[in-house]
Design a protein around this ligand. Structure first.
Ligand code: BMP
Length: 268
């Protein structure tokens, strides 16, 4: 089960500077909410990022769903992230051979590497994809960049289970400088014979919603409380927040539920 250490205690012992920064933000703002800002215009994306920024630790984007992506999108995201002190996570789900993902990450029209603190990748193609992203991260000079391995998915019938999920953890262990943790529904890595004593992966959990069980296209939800009880560290919520009648009220509700569950855990 999950460690009862606080975010600041974990920050102290953590080797990855981006994880230390993330934990410091969570502690300072008292939030473990990641807003999945799946809006489709730059104006809507930046507006929701600005109004909900004070209540979130990370803003998760799908930059390729914007109909009007431009230099202004990037500059706007960097500005708002700085203003409200949150990290940017591009939910790119890289899934190709190493040579291709390096180009998709470092270059291309979206220039993800330039602005996204965090990206994620699947290990479907094998370890080479993580090796390739790790190279980019390690060559990054001053920039602090992190990778999350998409070890499970929340959609009905997902094949990212069992051996696949276990392999995600094994590969993560080989790239401690760049791989900061997982996108998964629960804690994956504690109490394993292969885990080093200092190992501390960060668990980001999607499919979090307070009032819905799922959608018509296979999405399956759990609540902030069950996610935190299962060992999640950061709760990713999209429609439950941005599509609510009053998104500020909604994000505060997720923030409160997530933070209270976290406090119960560290008080054990
Ligand atoms: P919502 O809370 O509105 O269902 O959005 C969930 C977000 O998390 C979407 O951006 C989706 O792409 C992402 N996601 C997911 O739902 N399940 C996964 O397993 C992995 C994801 O990245």
């Amino acid at each position: 089960s999950k460690s009862t250490l606080s975010y600041s205690q974990r920050a102290k012992g953590h080797a990855n500077p981006l994880v230390r920064k993330l934990f410091a933000i969570a502690e300072e703002k008292k939030t473990n909410v990641v807003l999945s800002a799946d809006l489709t215009t730059t104006k809507e994306l930046l507006a929701i990022a600005d109004s909900l920024g004070p209540y979130i630790a990370v803003l998760k984007t799908h930059i390729d769903i914007l109909s009007d992506f431009s230099e202004q999108t990037i500059q706007g995201l960097l500005d708002v992230a700085k203003r409200h002190n949150f990290l940017l996570f591009e939910d790119r789900k890289f899934v190709d051979i190493g040579n291709t993902v390096q180009k998709q990450y470092k270059g291309g029209a979206l220039r993800i590497y330039e602005w996204a603190d965090i990206v994620n990748a699947s290990i479907l193609a094998g370890e080479g994809i993580i090796q390739a992203l790790d190279q980019v991260v390690n060559d990054s000079g001053d920039a602090e960049r992190g990778i999350l391995i998409l070890a499970e998915m929340t959609s009905k019938g997902s094949l990212a289970v069992g051996e696949y999920t276990r392999a995600s953890v094994e590969i993560a262990r080989k790239y401690p400088k760049s791989v900061m943790g997982f996108v998964s529904t629960k804690e994956l890595s504690s109490h394993s014979p292969n885990s080093a004593p200092e190992e501390d992966f960060v668990v980001f959990t999607t499919g979090v919603n307070i009032s819905s069980k799922g959608d018509a296209l296979g999405q399956q939800y759990q609540t902030p409380t069950t996610a935190m009880e299962g060992g999640s560290d950061f709760l990713i919520a999209g429609r439950g927040i941005y599509a609510a009648e009053d998104p500020v009220t909604a994000v505060r509700q997720y923030q409160k539920a997530g933070w209270e569950a976290y406090e119960r855990r560290i008080a054990r």
